[in-house]
Design a protein around this ligand. Structure first.
Ligand code: KG4
Ligand code: ZN
Length: 339
């Protein structure tokens, strides 16, 4: 089965053709990073306008790289939430138009289900059940993935997402947007014990996170000592990154113990973070858990993950919808009582 996946929920316009929910025949991503960088974050109106410009060329490129025509496809999948409402509507309307013109069935996909299932594009990916930590610019949520289509929320952030914390701290330090990679790069040669930044919600009975206090702590440090440069900048980046990775991995292990999970999976843009990856491996091994770290290219937003989630949606027999609409705050799965 060939599915075309379309993703326009934030600042990447992406499309991909995926075969049988496992093999990406193409995966085209057009990023708007350069447009938003000068504003220090994603500007929703600019995102929508640029999706309108990019979405058709990106879809054409995905079909041509996969060497297929629309008539050879079996289905269409599009991100219908969560994300920026105007940005979502662009992908959604194009997908509906394609569906009407071709008669292909169309399903709406939750962006976070896409992140959780992106690992299916790697041949060695674990099957459910597993515990999936989705960490991106907009989300920080721990899911108990019991089976495809069955997700329970074990914990989530009470304020900033982890990626948002990276982006905001990078801005305080005068580093470019998005801030995750620059901080990660500076941290490579920094001392992660140099500054003792706080960890919020430390109790073993809570699986949630809070990152706004950490951000304020970095702000206070910068106000007191000035914006660091050289080794001091590297030390601050390493210490901040350690605080985030420590909090994320501690709760992941706690969550695994709580539900008896044997396998942990990281996904979303922050899952590319080198310290988060090494600490997850280290602590997972200490707890006797398998830890699966997807290749970094599968962590950030792409169309292939949407095609995979769409394929699984078709397999579950969910009725394709011509009444699909964007749901900017669509929550994936039910919440499990926590703390
Ligand atoms: O999943 P994603 O591409 O888009 C969203 O759905 O948000 O994630 C983007 C986020 C940004 O906040 C970016 O700073 C962060 O992922 N990120 C990283 C790294 N690479 C990207 N954060 C920490 N370390 C990295 N190496
Ligand atoms: Zn994402």
């Amino acid at each position: 089965m060939l599915v075309l996946g379309i993703e326009t929920s934030c600042d990447e316009t992406a499309a991909a053709v995926v075969k049988d929910g496992r093999v990406a025949l193409s995966d085209v991503v057009s990023t708007q990073m350069d447009i938003h960088r000068r504003w220090g974050g994603v500007v929703p109106e600019l995102a929508s306008r640029n999706h309108v410009l990019q979405v058709m060329p990106v879809i054409d490129e995905a079909l041509s790289r996969a060497n297929v025509t629309l008539s050879q496809l079996d289905g269409l999948a599009v991100t219908s939430g969560p994300g920026l409402q105007g940005a979502l509507l662009v992908g959604l309307q194009v997908a509906k138009a394609l569906s009407m013109a071709t008669g292909l069935p169309l399903v709406g996909v939750n962006h976070l289900e896409g992140h959780l299932l992106a690992i299916r594009l790697a041949p060695d990916a674990p099957e459910p059940p597993f515990l999936g930590l989705c960490v991106s610019g907009g989300h920080t949520t721990l899911y108990d993935v019991k089976a495809f289509g069955s997700y329970a929320r074990l914990g989530t952030t009470r304020d900033d997402a982890a990626g948002e914390a990276f982006d905001k701290v990078a801005r305080l330090l005068g580093l470019p947007y998005p801030g995750g990679l620059p901080i990660d790069t500076h941290a490579q040669t920094g001392d992660r014990a140099a500054i003792k930044f706080p960890r919020a919600l430390r109790g073993d009975d809570v699986l949630d996170w809070s990152f706004s206090g950490l951000k304020t702590s970095v702000l206070t440090h910068v106000q007191t000592h000035g914006v660091p440069t050289g080794q001091a900048l590297n030390d601050l980046c390493a210490s901040f990154q350690e605080a985030v990775a420590d909090a994320l991995t501690k709760k992941m292990i706690l969550g695994a113990k709580k539900v008896g999970a044997k396998t942990l999976v990281l996904c979303g843009g922050v899952a590319a973070n080198s310290r988060l990856r090494s600490l997850a491996e280290e602590r997972g091994a200490d707890a006797g858990l398998n830890v699966y770290l997807p290749p970094k290219r599968l962590c950030t937003d792409n169309g292939a993950m949407i095609a995979v989630a769409g394929y699984e949606t078709f397999r579950r027999g969910v009725a394709p919808g011509s009444f699909l609409t964007a749901d900017a705050t669509w929550r994936l799965g039910g919440a499990v009582a926590n703390g």
